[in-house]
Ligand binder design. Structure first.
Ligand SMILES: NC(=O)c1ccc[n+]([C@@H]2O[C@H](COP(=O)([O-])OP(=O)(O)OC[C@H]3O[C@@H](n4cnc5c(N)ncnc54)[C@H](OP(=O)(O)O)[C@@H]3O)[C@@H](O)[C@H]2O)c1
Length: 323
């Protein structure tokens, strides 16, 4: 009986010794982590405050939510889109937000079409004339596409590439010299999971986003020596009007809200991810649920399996939508 009690006491003593070592270590690491997190947050806030942020596609969806997020972070905004009235509506909406008093800046709007090279170049000149410089450029605007490759006219492929690829490339090139001169600037590309994997009946869109990923990866490497940052954000499905505004194989509007889009992440939530990635000067970020993220890894690690899944998906969609 005595030995049992002595053994139990001995165990308890050992546990207490262990706790005396583990608990300070645990709380110490938690403290260091919290301090690190706080410092990172403070640095990100300081990075975004009072800087000039240009956002394309600010009239709708993710771009509009990015405008709200960067406004709340204290940035001076240049909001771009094709529809001047909707940009003015957004300005009014921003000035009516609760935290508006914390942002002293008078935001600016610029109206241009990203598929018009000349208009992009003069818009860039107007932006630089108005603000003097650009700290952060968010290439967000884009259109999507639905259709079979066999039935899609090549003008549609060109239109999607013009808006999603050549548009951001032209705007970036127009603003880059001033960033290089200042040895300061941050360029953001809103790509997509479809910039990493290609899914059937989205050929033009997936191709434009793959091209976007490649271009901005090259840019990141080339401008590092000037101290510039490049962030590529690859979201999965987001609840926006993207599928409604998508174009089909003959160039007409698709006009339907896809189930995947309507069940996607909220645009405000994704805008916070963009804000955080930019504030932390991340090189790239995948903002997607488990299935799209797994698909990206499957494409890299087991391509044959990925292609089998995509062929099955194409067969199923063809049957369901009579394509
Ligand atoms: N929604 C998703 O599931 C999803 C997923 C991954 C990535 N993304 C990407 O997120 C970005 C934003 O899209 P969204 O989902 O917010 O779609 P959205 O609600 O349709 O917004 C698209 C924005 O792009 C602008 N735009 C379209 N064509 C343009 C052009 N030729 N010139 C200038 N602006 C143009 C639109 O302006 P107008 O008002 O003038 O039409 C609108 O502001 C896109 O790059 C898209 O590829 C979206």
């Amino acid at each position: 009986m005595v030995t049992v009690v002595a053994r139990r006491n001995c165990h308890r003593g050992k546990l207490m010794d262990l706790a005396a070592v583990i608990l300070p270590l645990l709380f110490g690491s938690l403290g260091v982590y919290s301090l690190f997190w706080l410092l990172q947050r403070m640095r990100a806030r300081a990075y975004l405050k009072d800087v000039v942020v240009v956002i394309t596609g600010a009239t709708s969806g993710l771009g509009k939510e990015c405008a709200k997020a960067f406004h709340a972070a204290g940035s001076k905004l240049v909001l771009c889109g094709r529809n001047g009235e909707r940009l003015q509506d957004l300005l009014r909406e921003l000035s009516a937000t609760a935290g508006h008093s914390k942002n002293p800046h008078k935001h600016h709007t610029v109206t241009f079409d990203l598929s018009d090279t000349k208009a992009i170049v003069s818009a860039a000149q107007e932006i630089l004339k108005h603000t003097g410089h650009v700290d952060i450029l968010i290439n967000n605007a884009g259109i999507s596409y639905r259709g079979t490759i066999a039935d899609t006219v090549v003008e549609v492929d060109r239109k999607v590439m013009e808006t999603n690829y050549f548009g951001p490339v032209t705007l970036t090139k127009a603003l880059l010299p001033s960033m290089i001169k200042r040895r300061q600037g941050h360029i953001v590309a809103i790509s997509s999971v479809q910039g990493k994997i290609a899914i059937p009946f989205r050929s033009a869109y997936a191709a434009s986003k793959h091209a976007t990923q490649a271009f901005f990866d090259c840019l990141r490497a080339e401008v590092e020596q000037y101290g510039l940052d490049v962030t590529v954000v690859s979201p999965g499905y987001i609840q926006t009007n993207l599928s409604l505004n998508a174009i089909t194989g003959d160039g007409s509007q698709y006009g339907m809200m896809d189930k995947t889009t309507s069940q996607g992440q909220g645009a405000a939530e994704v805008a916070q991810e963009v804000l955080s990635a930019v504030g932390k000067r991340k090189k790239e970020v995948l903002v997607a649920g488990l299935t799209p993220s797994l698909a990206v890894y499957l494409r890299t690690l087991f391509p044959k399996l990925f292609f089998t899944f995509m062929a099955a998906r194409a067969r199923k969609e063809r049957k369901n939508k009579d394509l």
